[in-house]
Ligand binder design. Structure first.
Ligand SMILES: NC(=O)c1ccc[n+]([C@@H]2O[C@H](COP(=O)([O-])OP(=O)(O)OC[C@H]3O[C@@H](n4cnc5c(N)ncnc54)[C@H](O)[C@@H]3O)[C@@H](O)[C@H]2O)c1
Length: 381
């Protein structure tokens, strides 16, 4: 077991608080690393609830005010797992206190906030990373390796969807608890920042920068009860968003996200079409990468479904897990991200996506929302 400690101060105990805690607990059992995360403190406003979370996951202490957590000298890294409107203030305070920062996505509410966060971590010189975890699903990392090897040739198309169906009922309220995502004041935007941000991060990583966008958004349910005020209030988020874009490499992009696609729970898919071949990935079948190579012999040419479980370094991360043929799942993407972060931390190397990398996604999100509002093409940046 690694000797050096990275003492984690976790803020938030919801979905991501659990996903990250699980990753911290597992990472050193599967990866040889100089550092090991120590679950030093968990923080949230409700002492009883955060104590129960701390007891369950093995955090040594709790705080109910994130400012106190950041002041503590026995914390090395702050993990931000709270709604989007809190990322900026916490990250800037943590950077000033010299802490490493692992921040959930989207980086910020908008580009301006994100830029302030980048400047804060860069001025303080603290390690920083944003949890765009899908990059570290082995099949997605394999797609990156295939694209970078040039096997697809010149890229013509990038297509991505992220489809859900959980807000169709107008009875679903907005605000507070798990429903902060429907409250523009807490979330910043709807599916654009929540779901398309993942698609955009993967796309920028796999296919390079986006030059300009044209988008449309819709808010199907215009008023919802607000949990915190108890009043019916206008809904300020986008329920659905679709956009077209030009990538800097000349390829065309088509992105769609909605929470109104009945039957789909988290259907994140992407497909890349190049001159020689294509790749396609689906979160519902996340251990597989579909691959087509036009240069294959004609009679047997067709889409291959690669079960990404082989050892020997061909299939990213997989030689750390079970035997070939046995797949892993969603939670492992977080374990991989922690492993890469700790390896970079030991060597003093930045691990992507850094705040600066994630700011590029924020810029695309802002351009998408501006385009939808203005009904026009928008340059990114
Ligand atoms: N990487 C991913 O795939 C992924 C998935 C889900 C959420 N997220 C992101 O993670 C972040 C959190 O989302 P979630 O789904 O875990 O939300 P959640 O609602 O499940 O949990 C939010 C947590 O924040 C806490 N909190 C709220 N205000 C606080 C405050 N002032 N001080 C301390 N704690 C406070 C709540 O008590 C709760 O524990 C968001 O930015 C979201 O966009 C990322």
């Amino acid at each position: 077991m690694a000797k050096k400690e990275l003492r984690i101060g976790m803020i938030g105990y919801g979905f991501m608080g659990r996903a990250h805690s699980n990753a911290y607990a597992k990472v050193n059992h599967f990866f040889d690393l100089e550092y090991r995360p120590v679950l030093a403190a968990a923080c949230a406003r409700n002492a009883e609830a955060v104590q129960a979370f701390a007891d369950n996951w093995g955090y040594a202490s709790i705080e109910t005010d994130w400012r106190k957590l950041i002041e503590r000298s026995d914390i090395d890294a702050i993990d931000i797992c709270v709604p989007n409107n809190l990322h900026r203030e916490i990250a800037i305070a943590a950077a000033k206190a010299g802490k490493a920062i692992l921040c959930e996505k989207p980086l910020s509410m908008n580009t301006q906030e994100g830029e302030e966060m980048c400047q804060a971590v860069e001025a303080a010189g603290v390690p920083n990373m944003v949890w765009y975890n899908y990059r570290r699903v082995p099949a997605v990392t394999l797609a990156k390796n295939i694209v970078d090897s040039g096997q697809l040739g010149k890229i013509f198309h990038y297509r991505a969807n992220f489809l859900q169906d959980w807000t169709i009922s107008s009875e679903v309220p907005q605000g507070g608890g798990a429903l902060w995502r429907l409250d523009a004041a807490a979330a910043g935007s709807g599916v654009t920042g929540d779901l398309l941000a993942h698609c955009i991060d993967t796309a920028l990583w796999l296919n390079g920068g986006i030059r300009d966008v044209v988008a449309m958004t819709e808010t199907f349910v215009k008023e919802r009860m607000h949990v915190e005020t108890g009043k019916v209030e206008p809904v300020g988020i986008d329920d659905a968003c679709a956009f077209l874009c030009h990538f800097e490499n000349g390829s065309l992009g088509l992105f769609e996200s909605t929470r109104y696609a009945r039957g789909h729970k988290a259907l994140y898919t992407f497909e890349i079409n190049g001159e020689h071949g294509s790749v396609r990935w689906d979160l519902h079948d996340l251990h597989r990468l579909e691959f087509f190579d036009h240069r294959d012999a004609g009679a047997t040419r067709g889409w291959r479904s690669i079960h990404v479980t082989d050892h020997g370094g061909e299939h990213p991360y997989m030689d750390r897990w079970w035997v070939p043929g046995l797949q892993i799942g969603y939670e492992h993407s977080f374990v991989h991200q922690v492993a890469d972060f700790l390896a970079g931390y030991a060597e003093g190397k930045a691990v992507g996506p850094t705040f600066r990398d994630a700011l590029e996604t924020q810029k695309v999100c802002d351009a998408v929302l501006a385009s939808a509002a203005g009904r026009n093409w928008q340059a990114v940046g």
